[in-house]
Design a protein around this ligand. Sequence first.
Ligand SMILES: [Zn+2]
Length: 386
Amino acid sequence: MSGKEDQKADAGADYSMDHHSGQPADADMVIRRTEEKDLPEVLAIYEHARSFMRENGNPRQWGDRWPPEELIRKDISLGKSYVCEKKGEILATFFYNAGKKVEPTYSVIDGKFTGSDEYGVVHRIAVSGNGHGVGSFCIDWAYLRCGRNLRMDTHPDNKVMQHTLLKNGFRYCGIIHVEEDDDPRYAYEKYPERCGEEYYLKNVLLTRYHDEEWGKPEHDEQRLYEMFVLELFQAGVSWELLLRKRENFRRDFDGFDPVKIAAYGPEKVGELMQDPGIIRNRRKIEAAIGNAKVVLKLREEFGSFSEYLWHFTGGKSILEGMSVTRNQLSDDVAKDMKKRGIRFAGSVTVFSFLQAVGIIYSHEPKCFCYERDGAESFRDNRYPSI
Ligand SMILES: [Zn+2]
């Protein structure tokens, strides 16, 4: 997703985390909001979709005029209508929204949704018939954008959509009813298995963090120092609060560049203490500066902060259960860090940090991240390795 698209998104409907964009990679297809000028093309796509549905045993879902032009105009004015475009040609259009209990017709279901009540929903999706995998591309875009908890429904006669949803990893959840007619609708959701539900699923920001960052083996210098500083500030506050303040931290701490942070003087500390957008704790701020100086020394000795961190395990990720809060590895790293002059990095903090950057790997096998990260291959990794 482009930065421009990000800015246009209204807060409630966009859960994407900064540089971890929600847009799936595709060279040519892009999703953008529908504009007034697109209306003729959009209407033509709906006309095409209705005739396709009629010809394919589904004459009732949209009949001869659904969705009405007034409704599409309303969707556009609310910024909820989207198009999928490829080199200037509109290939699909759909309605997308996200938020807490965002679709009233889903509050009553003969069956069960398993995901949290903060979800995304796609309605009125129609493709022009040009291009391959366009519908799936749109659905996947919505799925990532809403924080991987997407609900949709379709008519019992719409075998094509049912097939598309199942193919895209949706599960059938039960029957719901819509205002437009008396026909039942089949409701579906896409909601992956994750670990540690009690920690993450209460909150979209945390879920997104779990899905896109936490535990991914990390080697990037600045990202590593960012996580290290955030862990330092985390003691005593919630991780959610920290994630909400993260952009402010990035701005105030020069993108977590240790070279720049190491050069901060008392004046800069005073400045940081004035910003309510971050966590104003003088000792922690000073520790972040002092620790940056140590990180620069580690770079000299090991080549990089990353090399230093990963050398403890010989470059390998070590599996460890979710319920553990410290272990031999975190004890050893904390001890070594302390010896080198790093402050506020006790074993519990270090454990949490190593977990965040995937040196200690704690996603559970049932979690979709486990397969994504190839964690099966970590099974035989041991610390200390002999
Ligand atoms: Zn997980």
